[in-house]
Design a protein around this ligand. Structure first.
Ligand SMILES: Nc1ncnc2c1ncn2[C@@H]1O[C@H](COP(=O)(O)OP(=O)(O)O)[C@@H](O)[C@H]1O
Ligand SMILES: [Mg+2]
Length: 239
C-alpha cells in the first residue's frame, strides 16, 4: 500500500534529514512512527504526502511510483489524506465550512452526502456544524481535522501527532475515531505519535526513527514488550 525505500530528503541541498528510510504500511494497517523530537518524523510524513520531494529513493502508493508527485496531486488523484501537526483546521470557519474545504475536489453533488456520512461516523461534528472550529475543544478539533482529510474518501491517511496536547481521556476519543474509520472505510493509517504506549495499543506495527534512520521496527504488541522500547519510551512500566 505505502512502500518507502532508501528515501533521502531534506530542506536544503547541504543537509539530509532523512538518510535512507525504508518503511511499509499494508492495506488497512495502522502503523505508528515514533522517535525523539527532531529525528525526522514530520519530514517523513511530509515527504510521503508530497510537500517535500525526496532527492533519492522510491515511494510507492498502491504499487505506483509517486516519489516526485506533489501533494495536491496525491490528494486529488492518489487517495492520500494528510493531517499536519499544527494548523490543521481553519479556526474562523465553521465545522461545516471546514468539511466543505476538505471536499473541494469532490463533485459538488457528492459533498453533502459525504458530510452526512462523516457526521454519522463522528456525531460530535454533526451536533456542531455551525460552530466555528475555534470554539471546539482540543479533541473535537482533532476529529474535525481527521474528518476534513476524510472528505475526499482517501485510502491512506497520514496523521502527524493526532493526540498532541490532549488529556488521556480525550486522547482515547481521538484514537477511537481513527480505529473506527479504519474499520468502517478500510483506510490505511500511518501516524506519528509521542504517546507511544497508547499509540502502540491501537497499532498493528511501528517504526522508531533516530536521526533520520529507522532504529527499530516491529509488531506493536512485540514492541510493547521490548525492553529497549520500554527503556526509551515507556518508562520501564510493565503494564
Ligand atoms: N521547514 C523546515 N526547514 C528547515 N528545516 C526543518 C524544517 N522542518 C523541520 N526541519 C528540521 O528537520 C529536522 C527534523 O524535523 P521534524 O521532521 O519536524 O522532526 P520530528 O517531527 O521528528 O520532531 C529538525 O532538525 C528540524 O529542525
Ligand atoms: Mg513532528
Amino acid at each position: 500500500m505505502i512502500e518507502v525505500r532508501d528515501v533521502v530528503a531534506g530542506y536544503s541541498r547541504e543537509v539530509d534529514i532523512l538518510k535512507g528510510i525504508a518503511l511499509d504500511a499494508r492495506e488497512r494497517e495502522i502503523v505508528t512512527l515514533l522517535g525523539p523530537n527532531g529525528c525526522g518524523k514530520s519530514t517523513l510524513l511530509k515527504t510521503i504526502a508530497g510537500f517535500l520531494l525526496p532527492r533519492q529513493g522510491s515511494i510507492r502508493l498502491e504499487g505506483a511510483e509517486v516519489a516526485q508527485r506533489t501533494a495536491p496531486d496525491k490528494v486529488r488523484h492518489l487517495g492520500v489524506g494528510f493531517v499536519p501537526q499544527t494548523e490543521n483546521v481553519f479556526s474562523v470557519l465553521s465545522v461545516r465550512e471546514n468539511l466543505q474545504v476538505g471536499g473541494h475536489y469532490l463533485p459538488r453533488d457528492k459533498v453533502a452526502a459525504r458530510m452526512d456520512e462523516l457526521c454519522t461516523l463522528y456525531p460530535v461534528l454533526g451536533r456542531k456544524l455551525k460552530s466555528p472550529a475555534a470554539a471546539l475543544s482540543g479533541g473535537e478539533r482533532q476529529i474535525l481535522a481527521l474528518a476534513r482529510a476524510l472528505m475526499p474518501r482517501p485510502r491512506m491517511l497520514l496523521l502527524d501527532e493526532p493526540s498532541a496536547g490532549l488529556s488521556p481521556k480525550v486522547l482515547h476519543e481521538v484514537f477511537d475515531a481513527i480505529v473506527r474509520v479504519r474499520e468502517q472505510e478500510g483506510v490505511t493509517v500511518l501516524m506519528v505519535e509521542q504517546n507511544a504506549m497508547e499509540a502502540l495499543r491501537i497499532s498493528d506495527r511501528a517504526y522508531v526513527l533516530s536521526m533520520g534512520q529507522v532504529a527499530l521496527e516491529g509488531r506493536a504488541a512485540e514492541l510493547l514488550r521490548d525492553p529497549q522500547m520500554r527503556a526509551l519510551y515507556l518508562g520501564g512500566r510493565t503494564q
